[in-house]
Design a protein around this ligand. Structure first.
Ligand code: PEP
Ligand code: MN
Length: 352
């Protein structure tokens, strides 16, 4: 339930509402907004008798959130959530953010070389897995903490933010030490203890849709993180299990407008895992931006044929440059633009 205050309601009236919610035995979460302050009521299983709250001074309206997810819903917050990282990168605003890098961190030269290359292409957020969820236990499992340290070096050298996956509750804290955004992978979307643990770090979380998860299930998983007091969640459509063999997954681009109508959280698209096929990544990246994605996460490798994971879907750096050009034009066609490094933006404008 949500108690919406009148525009300009004094602090004292807000405090009164918070006190009454607590007296009723629930938690209160005040949310100052640009237009008005709202106070969320958390911890109710069913309907709360709202009469007492409605009668308080400066209360304009009490909204019963009809969705099973509460804090994630648009009813809870009408304005989009905007997440700003320490390096200034913004996710969820008008600009379409680019996250790019190899599937896995493999070596110092691979990740540092890739980081510089992508930074020069304008990318503000570097991806790279140090703890890898692999289908086979015999496949490369990632460099672990050493991989995190290499990512930290890449950040120090390039100023890019880092997004990397936390695979287990035991290693969430060490990942949080190095990451700017903690990725929760598709296979872990419903690992509820992991969601809670990652939520408690207070770091932004990139939550990927499970291979067979409905959109409501994705939003309920995000709710686990918000319920820990962490509102900085970025959703990611990365394809669901389909029945056709030409692609690894079925990239469900309808999820983008659907999520935007149901939730205030940003949603990005992952056409790399969504297709599993290098030649299909750029077309689907274009489509995702056209569909309204707030960003893209793209696998790029200096030598995809020798990649230790996901080589078949990893772009060559030159292919990535072309992708940036193309999605940039599409973003502009729908009144947005790419969030690029400022020097790269200027260079691209000069090239035109
Ligand atoms: C990845 O990003 O490399 C990854 C393993 O993604 P997903 O969890 O979507 O399969
Ligand atoms: Mn991958």
């Amino acid at each position: 339930m949500l108690v919406v205050m009148r525009h300009g309601a004094p602090e004292e009236s807000v405090r009164r509402v918070v006190d009454v919610i607590r007296e009723l035995g629930y938690q209160a979460r005040p949310m100052p907004g640009r237009q008005r302050t709202a106070i969320g009521l958390i911890g109710n299983d069913g309907k709360v008798d709202s009469g007492r709250l409605e009668a308080l001074p400066d209360v304009m309206q009490v909204i019963h959130v009809s969705q099973p997810y509460k804090q994630v819903s648009r009813e809870w917050r009408a304005e989009p959530t905007i997440i700003e990282l320490e390096n200034g990168a913004i996710i969820g605003g008008n600009d379409v953010v680019l996250m790019a890098g190899p599937c896995s961190v493999e070596s110092e030269s691979q990740i540092l070389g890739m980081a510089h290359r992508l930074r020069d292409a304008g990318v503000t957020i570097l991806r790279g897995g140090a703890f890898k969820p692999r289908t086979s236990p015999y496949a490369f499992q990632g460099l672990g903490v050493q991989g995190l340290q290499l990512l930290a070096r890449a950040r120090a050298e390039t100023g890019m933010a880092i997004v990397t996956e936390a695979l287990e509750t035991e290693t969430v804290d060490v990942v949080a030490e190095y990451a700017d955004i903690i990725q929760i992978g598709a296979r872990n979307m419903q690992n509820f203890p992991l969601l809670r643990r990652a939520g408690r770090t207070g770091k932004p979380i990139l939550l990927k849709r499970g291979l067979a998860a409905t959109i409501n299930e994705l939003l309920l998983s995000a709710e686990y993180i918000l319920a820990e007091g962490n509102e900085r969640v970025i959703l990611c459509e990365r394809g669901v299990r389909g029945f056709d063999e030409h692609t690894r997954n079925l990239l469900d681009l309808t999820a983008i407008p659907v999520v935007h109508s149901l939730s205030h959280l940003p949603i990005i698209a992952d056409p790399s895992h969504g297709t599993g096929v290098r030649a299909k990544v750029t077309p689907m990246a274009r489509a995702a931006v056209a569909a309204g994605a707030d960003g893209l996460i793209i696998e790029v490798h200096p030598d995809p044929d020798r990649a230790l994971s996901d080589g078949a879907q990893s772009l060559w750096p030159e292919q990535f440059d072309a992708l940036v050009q193309q999605v940039g034009m599409i973003a502009e066609a729908i009144g947005r633009r790419l969030a690029l490094q400022p020097d790269r933006r200027m260079a691209m404008q000069a090239e035109r």
